[in-house]
Write a protein that binds this ligand. Structure first.
Ligand code: NAP
Ligand code: 3JN
Length: 346
């Protein structure tokens, strides 16, 4: 008679380019934690990583040195090895048949490449077909737009003014080590060594992330301006950003002021955000409850609090937004994109 057919869920050959870095290490961990349907995992890095391995599901997988042939047989390639590597190897991976999810800024503003935050514009993932590449936004943009989107849908945001307080892990593993070394040196009366940043980061703050541009903003600030408009699909939103580096290891914080077209109260914003995917409202100042990097680090929700009316304008709201920059700001967002690709498109 009839045989019994069991539908096997498809599994994917996945490459992680930059697998030994701060973001790449977290990508491998996210694939495991989220039980992504990985058939084989290919960790890729530079010659410096020859002999190293990554741990995935209890197995030690040797890191391979990335070259033109690294993407043969790969279905999904998660890139976090810097913009130059993405520009060179992203198209090679796509030509080999992989769909690339790229964490760098290399392709973010290309009109035919989707720039995706799954809670905001998952529909844009379909545009991967244009060039086989999907861009993952900047960490500071990601955590801001997951909160802004429901407010924009309800009251139309006209203007955003944001100041960031960004953790050193955003600069990579060497900056995490530098902050720890500087703190240790200073507390033991030694001279702190400065190599990653222009100034000492321990017990300091500087308003300088990425390079300065001719318009007086930094590139990091302009990423927030331009990426926000593209992800939200609305070029009319005006955005001004100041981005600062603070001596925190993990978790970016943001003070965000918005002006809306329609009046919206803090209570309405709180109710909207309580339902928003990927967002957790932590807003009980009377009990000293507000988002902090120490609470955001190591988990995937974007925390929002200090929600209040801006009394200086007619329709203004102030918010304080914190997320783990390496997880939701980079690795988790990329793996979430890959999950949608795997479930709906491949
Ligand atoms: P990281 O800790 O310095 O790691 C860099 C990774 O890239 C390492 O695995 C490194 O391998 C690899 N790599 C460097 N040069 C390479 C080469 N020539 N060939 C192959 N692999 C190479 O940096 P990270 O913090 O993880 O950041 C990596 C990139 O991710 C950044 O440059 C940025 O584009 C992106 N990023 C995005 C966000 C975001 O906001 N979404 C946040 C942070 C970073 P070795 O160990 O062998 O050198
Ligand atoms: O500094 C941070 O907190 C985030 C840094 C992100 C970053 C670091 C180096 C290169 C990026 C990025 O994702 O925008 C890039 C890049 O331009 O690819």
């Amino acid at each position: 008679m009839f045989g019994v057919y069991v539908t096997m869920a498809r599994e994917f050959h996945v490459a992680v380019a930059g697998a030994t870095g701060a973001v790449g290490t977290q990508m491998v961990q996210c694939l495991e934690e989220r039980n992504f349907p990985v058939k084989t995992l290919r960790p890729l890095a530079s010659e410096r990583s020859l002999g190293k391995s990554v741990t995935y599901r209890g197995q030690e997988i040797p890191v391979q040195v990335m070259d033109e042939k690294s993407f043969e047989g790969i279905d999904i390639a998660l890139f976090s090895a810097g913009g130059g590597i993405s520009l060179k190897y992203g198209p090679i991976a796509a030509a080999a048949g992989a769909v690339v999810v790229d964490n760098s800024s290399a392709f973010r503003m290309e009109p035919d490449i989707p720039l995706v935050v799954p809670e905001v514009n998952p529909q844009d993932i379909a545009l991967y077909k244009n060039r086989g590449i999907i861009a993952n936004p900047n960490c500071s943009t990601i955590q801001m737009v997951v909160v802004l989107k429901p407010i924009h849908d309800a009251a139309r945001i006209k203007r955003v003014v944001v100041s960031t307080y960004q953790a050193v892990s955003g600069t990579g593993q060497k900056a995490v080590t530098e902050l720890a070394d500087q703190v240790r040196a200073l507390l033991s009366g030694a001279d702190p060594k400065i190599s990653v940043y222009p100034y000492r980061i321990a017990f300091n703050v500087f308003p300088h992330i990425d390079v300065f541009l001719e318009n007086g903003y930094t590139k990091e600030e302009m990423k927030m301006v331009l990426e926000t408009k593209k992800i939200m699909g609305d070029d009319t939103i005006r955005v001004s950003a100041t981005t600062a580096r603070v001596p925190v290891f993990y978790g970016h914080s943001e003070a965000v002021n918005i002006e809306t077209e329609k009046k919206i109260t803090p209570e309405e914003v709180r109710a909207l955000l309580a339902q928003a995917p990927g967002v957790k409202v932590v807003d009980d100042p009377a009990n000293r409850l507000y988002p902090m990097p120490l609470d955001a680090a190591g988990q995937d929700l974007t925390l929002v609090g200090r929600i209040r009316e801006d009394a200086s304008i007619a329709n203004g709201i102030d918010l304080w937004i914190v997320a783990d920059n390496i997880r939701k700001g980079a690795a988790t967002n990329a793996v979430q994109i890959a999950e949608i690709l795997a479930a709906q498109y491949l």
